[in-house]
Write a new protein. Structure first.
Length: 331
């Protein structure tokens, strides 16, 4: 199918099925497919982490079907999750740090190697767009904290005051009682959205955005804004993105590992398995935390793997947007 036909047919399908119209918030009970089915190939493909990925994929697919490029699709896809006040792990609705402050990390990357990221930013509704602006409007790759916020203001983005939602305020007050800092596997005090897109022409982009670990130390930055850790894209090979305990992904640069494995000929699935295996090797306490990784190669084949059971992802391919349970290292 050429690009024009794809745009026409998907726009028609979207009009008929409502795809790209009403977007479900944080996963509207989509049909869950068990375990990793044999990876199909085919472009375009949109894939993203966790069940909030269903809504993000829909938004990204809509951009593609209207003729937008992979970069626009990746940015707009994760927007929907950043804007959801009920999402407690991405955007300003996210759980705060120990001091009750929401700080956000995000990165964006395209197939030519251009990348932008922001870390430890406050009061910015769409950190992914700020990351994109760093990539497109500055000579830099990464900006952090107040400098990044001032830059946001200079390009017309609003800087909002730190304000918890009723849900996150209540959860923080609860947490203050015991101050127990421990990531809990799949009982989400973490849940980044990482989204990878390859459009009909093979153009590739990825986006990764998060409020990071709940109750983190003020100033802590995770893997999501670090190129090669939370996200890596190389148009010659493919792309990968991670979610989970960021410190372990930072120590191993897991997304970069997966892309390099694919460069050496690995399938996306075995590339993901190798990245998780490295994390296991370097972390004797691997039973205590979760990491999930997604990878796609340039043919549109995908892989997904969790350290533990419970990692799922949304795959939009062949006009179907499905939530899939990933296979895992610990069975
Ligand atoms: N990786 C993110 C972080 O460590 C959190 C997550 O994906 O769950 O900040």
């Amino acid at each position: 199918m050429d690009r024009k036909t794809f745009i026409k047919t998907t726009a028609m399908a979207a009009a008929l099925t409502g795809v790209g119209g009403k977007l479900s918030a944080q996963g509207e009970d989509p049909k869950v497919v068990k375990n990793n089915p044999k990876s199909k190939s085919g472009l375009p493909i949109v894939i993203s982490t966790w069940n909030h990925g269903i809504a993000a994929n829909e938004a990204a697919w809509k951009v593609l079907s209207e003729g937008g490029n992979a970069l626009d699709a990746a940015e707009r896809g994760v927007w929907i999750v950043e804007a959801d006040p009920n999402n407690t792990s991405v955007g300003l609705g996210g759980f705060p740090d120990r001091d009750g402050i929401v700080t956000l990390d995000a990165s964006i990357m395209v197939d030519g190697g251009q990348a932008g990221s922001v870390a430890f930013v406050q009061g910015i509704e769409h950190p992914i767009s700020l990351a994109r602006a760093v990539m497109e409007k500055t000579p830099h790759v990464m900006m952090v904290g107040e400098g990044a916020e001032l830059f946001a203001e200079s390009i017309g983005m609003k800087r909002l005051k730190n304000k918890l939602t009723p849900t996150t305020e209540k959860a923080w007050q609860e947490w203050l009682k015991e101050k127990n800092y421990k990531p809990i596997i799949n009982i989400e005090n973490h849940d980044t959205i990482g989204l990878l897109v390859i459009d009909q022409d093979g153009a590739m982009a990825g986006a990764c955005t998060t409020s990071g670990l709940a109750w983190k130390m003020h100033g802590r930055v995770g893997d999501s804004p670090i190129i090669g850790a939370g996200l890596f894209v190389d148009g010659d090979v493919g792309a990968a993105t991670c979610t989970g305990l960021g410190e372990t992904v930072l120590r191993t640069l897991a997304s970069h590992v997966a892309v390099e494995e694919m460069r050496r000929g690995a399938t996306p699935q075995s590339a993901c398995e190798e990245a998780i295996t490295r994390i296991v090797k370097k972390h004797p306490n691997f039973k205590d935390f979760q990491v999930g990784i997604l990878a796609v190669n340039k043919n549109g084949e995908h892989g997904a793997y969790g350290l533990h059971k419970g990692f799922n992802y949304a795959l939009y391919q062949d006009k179907k947007n499905e939530l899939i349970d990933a296979d895992s290292y610990v069975k």
